[in-house]
Ligand binder design. Structure first.
Ligand SMILES: Nc1ncnc2c1ncn2[C@@H]1O[C@H](COP(=O)(O)OP(=O)(O)OP(=O)(O)O)[C@@H](O)[C@H]1O
Length: 248
């Protein structure tokens, strides 16, 4: 379980996180929603130990990650996978080489095992046959699948998705969402997904949390969030211009 307790973070006097409290149970998929610039990516960085809180803590299986020594933090980071917005593929490497990259860098797998693992994960994301293509030769949706396969080869227990379907058309985005959800159900990883895909996200996650003004102002099932009486949540998820959220 991941537990975020009273997390505070400022950048140059600018308070971004002002006491975030949030729990994510194992094997669950949580969507983190909230306006642009509210600190969703900053929060993800704290969860994976890439940023240090000014105050508060992140507990992973009851361990305060900011108190871990280097080796223990490294081991913890190996349990995490991250799928970035742009996919962050290496343009000069083929699809195969991109997916094989973390195995070569971080494991002692032999060439044959790497080959089998890469082929298996590419098949899992529906990309068999694309091994020799370069990122420039494949579509945006395929790039996201490659990024997903590259994350899955390391068999992470927890995967953080930072806007995994940004820039995709609605049908491809839906296919990627369905793929992530079915992989999550089969492989049982815990998932935290930062997304602006509202209302689509309500149809496939277990929980939704909304970040606003540095705090989680609502957390619950998609139904509970959709039925929320909180005027800020209501305005945000219905995309209304009038309401308590000021649009700059
Ligand atoms: N390393 C940093 N130094 C200074 N300011 C930062 C740093 N990282 C993030 N910020 C600021 O923190 C704020 C929150 O950024 P963040 O990227 O977390 O927002 P977000 O909610 O993910 O936004 P979006 O939905 O647009 O991706 C922004 O104002 C950003 O400029």
């Amino acid at each position: 379980m991941i537990e975020i307790v009273d997390l505070h973070k400022s950048f140059n006097e600018h308070k971004i996180l002002r006491g975030v409290n949030l729990k994510i149970e194992d094997d669950q998929m949580l969507a983190l929603i909230g306006g642009s610039g509210t600190g969703k990516s900053v929060l993800l960085k704290h969860i994976i130990g890439l940023a240090k809180p000014d105050k508060g803590k992140v507990l992973v299986d009851n361990q305060d990650i900011s108190k871990l020594r280097r080796k223990a933090l490294k081991r913890l980071k190996e349990r995490f996978g991250v799928v970035f917005q742009g996919g962050a593929l290496f343009d000069s490497l083929t699809v195969f080489e991109n997916v094989a990259f973390p195995l070569r860098e971080k494991t002692r797998m032999k060439a044959l095992e790497i080959r089998e693992t890469v082929f298996r994960e590419l098949a899992n994301v529906g990309l068999s046959g694309a091994e020799n293509k370069y990122p420039a030769e494949i579509s945006g949706g395929m790039k996201k699948r490659v990024a997903l396969a590259r994350c899955l080869v390391m068999q992470p227990e927890i995967i953080l998705f930072d806007e995994p379907t940004t820039g995709l058309d609605p049908l491809i985005a839906k296919a990627i969402h369905n793929l992530i959800r079915s992989l999550q159900k089969n492989l049982h990883f815990t998932a935290i997904m930062v997304t602006h895909e509202i209302p689509e996200v309500f149809s496939f996650v277990d929980r939704v949390a909304m970040l606003y003004n540095g705090k989680i102002i609502a957390e619950g099932t998609p139904q509970e969030i959709q039925d929320s009486k909180n005027p800020i949540v209501h305005q945000f998820i219905h995309g209304e211009l009038e309401g308590p959220i000021s649009i700059k």
